[in-house]
Design a protein. Structure first.
Length: 356
């Protein structure tokens, strides 16, 4: 299928106008590191405290994301805030919105200087190893609902929010124009400007997952890939690049597909993936593709068929928000009912007591 790139003078005009508008210089709000408590002193976190289907003492009843930083700390973003395991102990950190309420953490990443960036429903927080800095609408951030964060190879931080896309250089925020699209009414949080995820590929191109397909910016040109070009669904939730340079798309309503730079290949199983929402996608170091399907658990795709991991003993969750591989090559699944880790052929429910 021939690739069709949609680039209009209107898009370029609005994009450059957006960048040329006066940007907001924000005050820096410094918050001393606040470790709420060591894990063993906290009450159990469960989605339902009466449930006997899974073990108690979870990191949280809902774990939204996981990230391993350059110092090998494991960070977890949860429905209850932020926690970190440093190799010996687990600590919880207090993050709040401008009303003083706790937040849900959606994504965690690290920039080229080693700063940790946390996107949450109360804004954006950075951590330099000593001090947290919090930004929200009250002190300059254009949107309080930051769903995804990506620090590019030059150190610029990209923010995907409910209210659109922005860049941040630690001094000011700038809007980056993405055309509005149709809100996804099947989701609890949606908008015409929603940015679901951000990827910088190996060539330096920026990819943005939206409800109107994928948008790409190579530093000079701005383009769109949608169902017209063969994308399996316009409602894109996650984008990854595999080791061969192919781009994979996890969509909200029609499984996953792969793009080789010229055409799309739909990686669908008529029973398992067709028409289904995929929450997360990962290529592991062996080249296997992992995907989390809403209410159907986790599948591994080795190139020929999908293997279901949902029925593994100790795997209690049917809703996984992120699949992640750490530097020890262990595969993590985080979502409803806590965090789970695959070591070889065994899946462990990783609670505050481990196993780490």
């Amino acid at each position: 299928m021939k690739k069709q790139i949609i680039v209009t003078n209107f898009l370029f005009a609005v994009y450059f106008i957006g960048l040329s508008q006066p940007s907001r210089v924000i005050p820096i709000i410094e918050i001393e590191e606040s470790i709420i408590a060591m894990a063993d002193s906290l009450p159990e976190y469960k989605s339902n405290v009466h449930s006997t289907e899974y073990e108690g003492n979870q990191l949280s009843g809902v774990v939204r994301c996981i990230f391993q930083d350059s110092k090998d700390n494991l960070w977890f973003g949860t429905q209850n805030g932020l926690c970190r395991h440093d190799g010996s102990s687990l600590a919880y950190f207090e993050l709040k919105n401008y009303l003083g309420q706790g937040v849900t953490v959606y994504q965690i990443t690290e920039d080229i200087s080693g700063n940790i960036w946390i996107g949450h429903d109360g804004g954006l927080t950075s951590y330099n190893g000593n001090v947290f800095k919090t930004y929200n609408r009250k002190n300059g951030l254009p949107s309080d609902d930051v769903w995804c964060v990506q620090a590019d190879k030059e150190g610029l931080v990209w923010l995907g929010t409910v209210d659109g896309l922005f860049t941040f250089n630690e001094k000011e925020f700038k809007p980056f124009y993405i055309p509005e699209s149709t809100p996804d009414r099947t989701k609890g949080v949606t908008s015409a400007k929603m940015i679901h995820s951000i990827l910088q590929d190996s060539k330096g191109k920026m990819w943005f997952a939206t409800n109107g397909g994928a948008y790409i910016f190579d530093g000079n040109t701005f383009s769109n890939l949608s169902e017209k070009e063969g994308l399996c669904n316009n409602f894109v939730d996650k984008i990854i690049e595999d080791a061969k340079g192919n781009i994979w798309f996890a969509t909200a309503h029609n499984g996953i597909c792969r793009y080789d730079g010229k055409s799309f290949v739909s990686e669908l199983d008529s029973i398992e993936l067709g028409g289904r929402p995929v929450n997360s996608i990962l290529e592991d170091k062996m080249g296997n593709i992992w995907c989390a399907i809403k209410n159907r658990g986790v599948y591994k795709y080795g190139g020929e068929k999908f293997e279901n991991y949902t029925d593994f003993r100790g795997f209690y969750s049917q809703v996984i928000f992120q699949i992640y591989q750490d530097r020890a090559d262990r595969i993590w699944f985080v979502g409803h009912k806590g965090a789970f880790r695959l070591d070889g052929k065994t899946i462990y429910n990783v609670t505050r007591d481990g196993p780490w």
